[in-house]
Design a protein around this ligand. Structure first.
Ligand code: F6R
Length: 610
């Protein structure tokens, strides 16, 4: 989950690298560094801490050169420190390497290299790469890389420079993302497209087992065995300004407020006409296969898995197909989950989450087909799945997922409709009604934000004293409870637990005292009455209740200390709207507590290690 970037060309190299790293800082941010070719030697400058520390150093030293590599780190082996930050070098400082991923056999390689006389400086797994390159280098970096990779087991996007071959960068990929940006008289490599967006809109998406040999004039894509690969040019359609904060204090709030647009984009052309009708041709699965599915397994982590819970509930209710949700890190060990009649639905904003990828691979190995619901076109999850349904929510930069969450639920809902339609499990009138209701969701989200956002902020202030929260929900909004608790934990560092409301009496009720605040989504529908009963139990024990309820629900006032109102929709669709207040609430609490919202401690945006 580190960020890497490389540049060759006439611009001021360290400025290009810094610009790229700034766009990648969400991938990791405990230290950063660059290596630049300066007059026949490599100048390596590294710093612990945020990128601004490195930027200050570079502004003082101004290393001049036409090629360089840079890295922003999220520690996996060895604590954050200047020594452990990348780039790492060989014994003599002739070769520099930046790396994202994990070298699984690094201890063994390190011992071997040390026995051969190599001197290591850091505690990282990465450092074995420059030493292996040193061992195999005979005047050709490409060949040395090919040879070194034969020794390495694990995951990598590795980028190398050598002082003896100025104007050359060699990079290779196995399981960690890598792109090569195509410029005119200049070229780039990076772990993610935003890093190069300011300079080019054309790129090659490098696949597992491939390497790129890059000069100012050329990009050669090859297999790591050295066979030429013909790659299509990927045209990037994102606007660079889309990835900026747009005048907001944090990416997170910007992205919360973008949800009406994100939801609109997710719907796109998928619901058409006045009928309306559903068009999900892109999912590619034949009707025969969709009819044959006996079980669906959601493959996802964290917030994405909660989106899977909400969507999975809808699939079960509409289609009668059982849906199993387990986090991908556990799922990959539940080998009896998949077979030919199972559909895996992999949900991932980044499309690069290592646990999710591992579970996808297992599912496919066992004969299941996998549908990917991702935000990043061409990401690993998208490429390793049988079919894709892109959420089209636009870049999400804040570490805490917000707009991707509601768009993921929406994409799941669309797929649920498709499955129900193909299987003849839903009456046409009910389907049309639900599609009409889905079409209204973007406007309803906008309406909620316009009417209630200030009220949510006031509540965040009113309850700022509270250090213990329970989030409750039933049915489709069990997911809202889980997601609300996660948001508060990860950005405000407050103890919060999400529970199915019916589970309270089996233990968690003991936690309820006057010091505890309970937030609960209690929307009109099948679960309404029972949810009110749960709120009563809480207030009887002195707990404070904030209810997320529908507009026009007068009854709820009797059961809650405070109410946040969301527009009314079908209960099955309600997690899309109920998800927004829990994000907003966590955001304002964290902001009032002065937390680092876009980069919460110990977390990174894209978790590309298991
Ligand atoms: C929490 C959050 C994480 C991610 C999880 C999966 O706000 O963002 O829990 O949802 O790490 O990430 P993706 O969706 O990129 O696979």
């Amino acid at each position: 989950m580190c960020g890497i970037v490389g540049y060759l060309g006439p611009r001021t190299t360290y400025e290009v690298l810094l610009e790229g790293l700034r766009r990648l800082e969400y991938r990791g941010y405990d230290s950063a560094g660059v290596a630049i070719q300066v007059n026949g030697h490599l100048e390596v400058i590294k710093a612990q801490g945020k990128l601004s520390v490195l930027a200050d150093l570079l502004a003082q030293r101004k290393p001049e050169g036409r090629s360089g590599i840079g890295h922003t780190r999220w520690a996996t082996h060895g604590p954050p420190s200047e020594i452990n930050s990348h780039p790492h070098c060989d014994c003599e400082g002739h070769i520099a390497v930046v790396h994202n991923g994990i070298i699984e056999n690094y201890l063994e390689l390190r011992e071997k290299l040390q026995a051969e006389g190599h001197k290591f400086k850091s505690q990282t797994d990465t450092e074995v790469i420059p030493h292996l390159l040193e061992k195999y280098y005979r005047g050709d970096l490409e060949k040395a890389m090919q040879r070194a990779l034969k020794d390495i087991q694990g995951s990598y996007a590795a980028v190398a420079l050598v002082d003896k071959q100025p104007g050359l960068i060699v990079a290779a990929r196995q399981y960690s993302p890598l792109v090569a940006g195509i410029g005119e008289g200049e070229n780039f490599v990076a772990s993610d497209i935003p890093a190069i967006l300011k300079f080019t809109r054309k790129a090659y998406l490098i696949d597992n087992g491939e390497m790129v040999v890059v000069t100012e004039q050329n990009i050669d894509v090859k297999t790591i065995e050295g066979k030429s690969v013909k790659k299509p040019v990927f045209q990037v359609k994102w606007d660079a300004a889309m990835a900026e904060k747009g005048g907001h204090k944090h990416f997170m709030i910007k992205e919360i407020l973008e949800q009406p647009d994100a939801l609109r984009q997710t719907i796109g052309q998928r619901i058409r006409g006045r009928g309306p009708t559903l068009n999900l041709e892109e999912t590619k699965f034949s009707d025969a296969f969709l009819k044959r599915i006996k079980k669906i397994v959601i493959i996802a982590c964290g917030t994405a898995s909660y989106a899977g819970m909400a969507g999975g509930y809808c699939i079960e209710r509409l289609c009668g197909v059982p849906v199993i949700v387990d986090v991908a890190s556990e799922l990959q060990h539940r080998e009896c989950m998949f077979d030919k009649s199972t559909l895996g639905i992999a949900i991932s904003q980044s499309g690069e989450t290592a646990d999710t990828l591992q579970a996808i691979r297992m599912a496919r190995r066992q004969g299941a087909k996998v549908l990917a619901i991702t935000n990043v076109i061409g990401s690993s999850v998208a490429r390793e799945s049988d079919s894709n349904l892109y959420i089209q929510a636009g870049p999400e930069i804040g570490v805490a997922s917000t707009k991707a969450y509601t768009s993921q639920i929406l994409a799941m809902l669309l797929f649920a409709m498709k499955l129900a339609e193909v299987r003849g499990a839903i009456k046409p009138a009910r389907l049309r009604g639900l599609l009409r209701a889905i079409k209204k969701l973007p406007d309803q989200a906008a309406e909620f934000l316009a009417k209630e956002a200030k009220h949510v902020k006031r509540l965040a202030k009113k309850y700022l004293w509270c250090k213990r929260y329970l989030y409750l929900g039933r049915g489709p909004n069990y997911s809202t409870a889980m997601e609300g608790a996660l948001k508060l934990k990860e950005i405000a560092y407050i103890d919060a637990e999400g529970y199915a409301a019916g589970e309270m009496k089996h233990g968690p009720l003991a936690l309820v005292t006057e010091e505890c605040t309970v937030m609960s989504a209690v929307v009109e529908g099948e679960h309404y009455e029972k949810s009110l009963g749960n709120l009563q139990e809480i207030r009887a024990r002195g707990g404070k209740v904030i209810a997320i309820a529908n507009e026009g629900d007068a009854e709820i006032e009797k059961y809650a200390d405070d109410v946040i109102r969301i527009p009314k929709t079908d209960e099955l669709l309600s997690p899309v709207l109920a998800g927004i207040p829990v994000q907003l609430y966590a955001y304002h609490v964290a902001d009032m507590l002065g937390c680092e919202i876009d980069q919460p401690r110990n977390l990174a945006k894209s978790v590309t290690v298991e």
